[in-house]
Design a protein around this ligand. Structure first.
Ligand SMILES: [Zn+2]
Length: 90
């Protein structure tokens, strides 16, 4: 018999809705100041979450929300990587 694990929820930085972690892309800032898309979801550091909705991805791009979240410059590649992670290579 399988026990249903309770999914931890996190807040999307764009729409500010709580979503199960599976629907979010985690971006992490390591203590060394590196910022990248954390596919394992286990990297150490401060995390920011974006849900897999086109509007949210557009919003973080347009308003540089990652920038704000981490209070530092976030490379364009990171934003692009999030989009890839959410939608694959279309
Ligand atoms: Zn969202």
């Amino acid at each position: 018999m399988k026990t249903v694990k309770k999914q931890p929820s996190r807040m999307c930085i764009a729409c500010r809705e709580m979503k199960p972690k599976a629907e979010l892309t985690r971006v992490v800032r390591t203590p060394e100041g590196e910022i990248f898309v954390d596919e394992s979801g286990k990297a150490a550091g401060r995390g920011a979450y974006v849900c897999n909705q086109k509007e949210c991805l557009q919003k973080i791009n347009a308003k540089k929300l990652l920038h704000k979240s981490f209070s530092t410059d976030v490379k364009k590649e990171v934003y692009e990587r999030i989009e890839e992670d959410a939608f694959g290579n279309e």
